[in-house]
Each structure stands twice: as C-alpha cells, then as structure tokens.
Design a binder for this molecule. Structure first.
Ligand code: GLN
Ligand code: ZN
Length: 764
C-alpha cells in the first residue's frame, strides 16, 4: 500500500511566498530573488513529504498566483489585452492575476471566483473565438525535473508526481467570450495535454495526476460526452506513464461508470466529502483490475486529527473490492495551514486534537503502516489514536445543549409578517424615498490598525484604546450627518475582521497564531477554530453602537455577522453537526440582537456575506444538506425583535439568482448586496420571483479606488427603478469600505447622496 498527497500548501509555513511576491510587486526584489524563494519553498515541501514517508509526492502544485491561471498560460489562453502590454512572461502572468497600471498600459485583472465550496479563489480563464490553444510553456516539465532531482539527491522515499488541472475542469470553469463553447475547444485542449503527457513521460514521470473536481457537480449528458472525448484521446496516446484521475470535494455519482471503463491507471475518490463514494465502490460489480484506487481519507480541508478507526473501517470495506489501494488526502492540503509546530502558544491539551498539513503527512504514513500490518487494530499508532477518540472531547457545554433543545418551532418565525412590519417601520423611521446607507465599515486607516495593535501588545490601556475608537466613531457620524446619509453606521473600527472579531468574543472558539490558509494570490486568512459548544458570555458590540447612537438623532445600524457566515469562515468541529453549531452561534447572536434592541438601536444589520459559499455543489443536496438549517439559523437570530425594529442583512456574492426564494425566506426587512459588477441581472430575477424584502443593490464597486460620478450612480438607480418599486429601493455601496482610503470614500458617498436626491426629485 502506498501514500499519496493531492497537493501541498505553497505559500510557505511563514507565508514566505506572500512576502517575497509583494516585495517583487513593489520592485524591491528582482525576479531572480523571487524565483529563488519559490525554489527553496518547493524543495522544502518535497523534502518534507519524502521524509514523512509519502510515496506519491505532488509537483507542479506550486503556483505564483493560482493553478487555473497557470493552466491558462500553459495552453496559451492569454487574452490579447495582456499580450499587448509586451511585458516579460511572469509580469504578463501577474497582469492577468492582478491587473496592470503603468507605462505599458492599463488593464483590469481577469475575474476571480471561489474554488468550488472553498474560500480559495481561482482566476477565471478567458477564451475567445480566436484563442489559439497550444502548448505554450514548460512549467510542469521544469517543476518535474526539479522535483526528481531533489528526490534523487536526497535519496529518500517517494516519486515525483506531476499534478495538472484537468482539461475537463479547465474548460468547465473557463469563460467563453465569443460564440464558441467548451466543446469547440475540447479537441485542441486534449492535444495540448497529450503533448504534456508525452513530454513528462520522456522525462521519466511514473505517474501523472489530472485534477478533475468538476466531475462532482451535477453532470449533463453533454458534460459526460465532453469528459469522455477528451480522456479517450488522452489515454489512447499514453505510453509508460500512469494516469491518475483525481476527483475531490464530493462524489462522482454521475460518471462513475464512465470513469471506471475509460481505463485510468488510478482513480482518486474523496471519501470525506463524497457522500456516495463508498457506496459507489461497494456497489460496482468489480473495481477495474489493475487500477489503483486512491482513497481520499485524510481530510484536506479541516484541521482535526483523523479518526483511525473510522478510516480503517472504510479501508477494510474497500479492500474487499480491490487490493490495489493508495491512501490519500481527500483533496489538496492547500486548504489547511502548514504545521502545528508554529503554534507556540497553543496548549498541548488542544494541540493533540489537531493535524495541519505537515501532521497529516504523518497520518497518511501511519494509516499505510496500520493497514499493511497483520493486526491493524493492535498497532501502536492505532491504539493511541483510539485513546484520543475514546475520551470525551472537552468543550461541550450542557447549558448550551439544553438551550438549543428548548428552541421551539415558532422561534424561527418573526411576527407579524413582513408586509405588516414594513408599514409600521415606514411610519416609525419616516425615511425619504430611496434611503441612503452604507454596509458598515469605514476605512481602516493605519492609525486604526496601530491603535488595535498597541492595545493587543499592552502598550496602551483599555481606556486609551476605547477613547481613540470613540473619537473615530464621532468623526464618522459627523461625516455621515454632514454628507446627508439617512441610516448611519458606527464604522466598525474595533474589528480586525468580521468573523475573527466575533470568534474572539464568543466562548467555544480558540485561535491560532500562524494557521494561515491561502485565500487568493498572496492573501491568506486565519480562520478561528470551533473548539466546543459556542455561546456568548457578554455583549460584544452594544457599547460601540450605543455610543454612536448617542451622537445623532438619525438611526444608527447595529452591526453583526450572521451565524452561517461565522461558521463558514471557521474550522468547524467534526463531531458536532454543522447544523447544531449554526444554531448555537445563532442563539449567541440572537442575544446580541436583543441587547442592541434594548439599548435603543432601531436598525440592526446581520451580515451573511458567505451564505452562498457552502451551498452544496449538487443541486439535489441544497435543501437537505444546507438551506434547511442555514436559513432557519438566520431566522432564529432576529425572530425575537419588535415589529418596529428593522432587520437588515448583507450578502457579498451576487451569484444568488438561483436561491432567491431562500433569501427572501430569511425574512429580513432589507437586504443589501454586491451588484455593480454583475450587470444588474439579479434584478430581473428578483422581479420574476416577486421578491418581498426591500433591497439595496450596490450602486458602485468598492473594490476599486475609483470615485463614481453622480450621473453614473443616478443612471444605475434609474435602471434599478425599472425593476424594483421605488418604495423598496435603498441606495448604498457594494460592500464595506474598510479597504478603501478616506478621500475616495468621502467623495464617493457624497456623490451617492447627490444621486439619490436627484432621482428622488424625478420620482415626485
Ligand atoms: N459589515 C461588513 C463591512 O462593512 C460587511 C463586510 C462584507 O460583507 N464582507 O465591512
Ligand atoms: Zn460585502
């Protein structure tokens, strides 16, 4: 039995690649220095996997920005506007990833999207009718050569396994800007990959891995045809190298038969997220003989230790079907932090429950040794793992459990119904038509960050910290009043991050020092960890909101993050159902909502920025596995407020056209969302679904420092009014203003208010 890793984190244990790249962007280091940092990291990662006893060690899983982008460049899908800049290759690559503004020209970046159900973002390749697909690079060959040499020199365990984004997934995720579609390019893309395989073969690759996560979506007949056409061609041209079809993030129930019959040398299945993976293998008459089953059993997305008993149980079942098994990670380890060794402050009693990427390598080796032994369940590593799982895991809280159990059906429904509340609230607030507001945060300027960091380091007192933020709040309120906004915010100066802030305030969460996970490009996040049952010890935001309210007669929104977003951006505990954890967080946030209301806050916004992120990849799972608890969790948060209290929510990704009824069913009074980059398509969908909730589609893009003109915003509003009744339309930016500078924020908001006033006049 062998061990395999699907992919390894590439940014470096201490985010070395991030810092080097950012220095390169600022022209502080040369290309050579950047490449040498990257080379060191690759060498370190390969050596580490080899010494941990991994047999199939991924290479070409490295990227300067993103693997999809690497693939686009490899197949020559570089849009003309980037070529025209005439930059050196790596700079052209970065121009596609990040946009370019300089002597050579001015182009925006390619689009970026969430990678399946993760918080990693990939660059969306763009293909037009004139794109000439051909092999246009040597990255996989160079990195294979390099990996082979490293392993030869070290004389250690394992072979280098080049990893490629599969052609099917590449075509499914690419954007076609002309009249042609994926099928029109299938032939050409297959040829490129055939050439890649034959060149890797000549270089001595024993195994080549094709990542095809797109196979876990619902597949149409045309999808299957596309997949089969490409791989028939590819497999027919294969020589001595073995081809591993690697799938992850779910099961491949729609094409398992095809996959088995095509003749792959290895098939990688995800037994962690793939609900039906085991059933598929057990149910097939016979697993293709000679094909290695790469069993993805070590979770590549979460940081808890593997339960060896469960894993060995599955292995034993699989062994009944085939004796040709490699134990593998469930997906790339890109989605977990590097190593526990850098967690100096975390107590051992916590640490023993976790396995980050480096520790997962050891688990793979353990599992291989256990399964190969005559008495698997007597192996020392098995026995000690058993002990860990047999002891009652700390962190459970009877009171929290009791409270959750006592939630009644009616607690999920706010009364009276929306239409009645809408009237009551219109009377209470007496806002003008097209009321103006913002999403919450104001610029987190360096003084705001410095104040927080000084407080954390103990350099200033709590009082000093608070007074600084109060001064900020006062300025923020004064600015909003002067500018003429209708519903004000306090500015969120006390928050580093919309999830980490609440995680730090809630009981049941723990924190890491260096558990960074790549989010996109050079950006990383440090998700908090759900250690046990979650509850709220004391009010978390009330004093800030109350202070802001004391400074103005206008309504000030209380600002909270919703339970689904808090959960989706944390590492959840694996032995507590997500649904239960969401309910616990919901009850904690509910208490905060009621405290805000009691403190006189009349408008409360509960952000669900990440609601769409964990929507299952298969439509048939949406309701049962997700919406059936995610929407109730949100409803539980606000169902206790009075009719005259106005509940807002905010969502970041506008691709929710397909779940509009679910969003209406959140039963908020107002929803604001990101819309300015999506051509307002969503408005048609809102209209078609008879959306009842009042809406604030963002009128300008806050991801850019550009100041929108009054006329531009007014035009956007007029367009919105074609689809949305004037009594339901709010005016606001796309998202929070945290990452923006002060001058552009003030100018943009002044224009926003001016535009609202003009259009209001027109409505009279
Ligand atoms: N209220 C948050 C803010 O304004 C929302 C952020 C978000 O949606 N990502 O920063
Ligand atoms: Zn947002």
């Amino acid at each position: 039995m062998k061990t395999s890793v699907v992919g390894f984190p590439r940014i470096g244990a201490l985010r070395e690649l991030k810092f080097a790249s950012e220095k390169y962007f600022r022209k502080e280091i040369s290309l050579q220095e950047l490449e040498s940092c990257a080379g060191d990291l690759r060498a370190r990662h390969i050596t580490e996997q080899s010494s941990a006893g991994i047999d199939f060690i991924p290479c070409n899983d490295f990227s300067f920005y993103d693997g999809m982008l690497d693939t686009a460049v490899l197949v020559n899908a570089v849009p003309a506007r980037y070529r025209k800049l005439n930059l050196p290759p790596l700079d052209t690559y970065f121009a596609m990833a990040r946009g370019y503004q300089g002597e050579a020209g001015d182009v925006r970046a390619l689009a970026m999207k969430k990678w399946f159900n993760t918080n990693y973002h990939y660059i969306v390749p763009e293909i037009d009718d004139d794109t000439e697909i051909k092999l246009a690079g040597t990255k996989p060959f160079d990195e294979f050569e390099e990996a082979k040499n490293i392993l030869e020199k070290a004389g250690g365990n394992g072979c280098a396994k080049p990893v490629l984004t599969g052609p099917f997934t590449f075509l499914k995720l690419a954007r076609f800007t002309g009249g042609k579609n994926a099928a029109d390019f299938a032939e050409d893309v297959a040829s490129v990959f055939t050439a890649v395989v034959s060149r890797l073969e000549k270089a001595g690759a024993q195994w080549i891995q094709f990542d095809e996560p797109a196979l876990v979506f619902d597949l149409t007949a045309a999808d299957k045809e596309l997949f089969c056409t490409i791989y028939r061609k590819l497999l027919a041209a294969r020589g001595v190298s073995k081809i591993l079809l690697q799938t992850y993030f779910g099961d491949i129930r729609d094409c398992f038969g095809e996959v088995c019959s095509l003749g792959f040398d290895g098939i990688g299945l995800d037994f962690v997220e793939g609900k039906k993976s085991l059933e598929l293998v057990e149910g097939c008459p016979s697993f293709p003989s000679g094909t290695v089953l790469f069993a993805g059993l070590v979770n590549g997305k979460n940081i808890w230790r593997n339960d060896y008993q469960k894993t060995v149980d599955i292995m034993e079942k699989l062994c009944k079907k085939t004796d040709n098994i490699a134990v593998s990670t469930s997906c790339s380890l890109l989605h977990v932090p590097y190593t526990l060794e850098n967690e100096k402050k975390m107590k051992d009693e916590y640490k023993k429950y976790f396995a980050f990427a480096a520790e997962k390598l050891r688990e793979l080796a353990d599992l291989r040794d256990i399964c190969q032994s005559d008495n698997p369940r007597q192996q020392e590593s098995y026995v000690s793992n058993r002990k860990l799982f047999e002891t009652v895991r700390p962190g459970l809280d009877e009171a929290v459990r009791k409270r959750c159990a006592s939630v009644r059906q009616e607690d999920f429904t706010r009364l009276p119904e929306f239409a009645v509340r809408e009237k009551i609230q219109k009377q209470r607030f007496n806002l003008p038509l097209l009321p103006t507001t913002t999403i919450g945060s104001f610029p987190q300027t360096s003084d705001v960050k410095a104040n927080r960091s000084a407080f954390r380091k103990g350099e200033i007192t709590e009082n000093q910290y608070i007074s600084f933020n109060r001064k900020k709040i006062a300025d923020c309120i004064a600015f909003q009043e002067k500018t003429g906004l209708d519903v004000l915010v306090h500015g969120e100066y006390e928050r580093n991050d919309m999830v980490e802030y609440f995680g730090e305030c809630l009981d049941g969460y723990i924190f890491t020092e260096r558990a960074w996970v790549q989010s996109y490009g050079t950006r990383c996040v440090k998700p908090p960890v759900v250690w046990g049952d979650v509850s709220r010890a004391k009010p978390m935001t009330v004093s800030w909101s109350q202070y802001a309210k004391s400074l103005t007669d206008k309504p000030v929104k209380g600002m909270l993050t919703g339970p689904v977003t808090i959960l989706n951006w944390s590492f959840p505990r694996e032995d507590i159902a997500l649904k239960d954890c969401a309910m616990q967080i919901a009850l904690a946030i509910r208490d905060e909502v009621l405290d805000l209301e009691a403190a006189g806050i009349s408008v409360i916004q509960i952000d669900e920025a990440a609601l769409r992120e964990k929507l299952p990849l298969r439509k048939s799972d949406w309701e049962e596995d997700y919406l059936s608890w995610a929407i109730p969790a949100f409803r539980l948060v606000h169902s206790g407020v009075k009719p005259e209290t106005q509940i807002h929510t905010h969502m970041c990704y506008s691709e929710f056209t397909d779940i509009i009824p679910a969003i209406d069913n959140m039963d908020a009074d107002v929803i604001t969302f990101e819309a300015s980059r999506s051509d307002l398509q969503i408005l048609d969908a809102l209209k078609a679904n008879n959306f009842k909730t009042e809406v604030g589609p963002g009128v300008y893009d806050i991801h850019s420092p550009r100041v929108p003109s009054v006329e531009e915003i007014a035009a956007a509003l007029r367009k919105m009014l074609d689809k949305i009744p004037s009594g339901k339309l709010w005016v606001n930016p796309d998202c929070g203003l945290k990452t923006r500078g002060t001058p552009e924020t003030e100018a943009s908001l002044a224009n926003l208010v001016a535009a609202a006033r003009i259009v209001r006049e027109e409505l009279k």
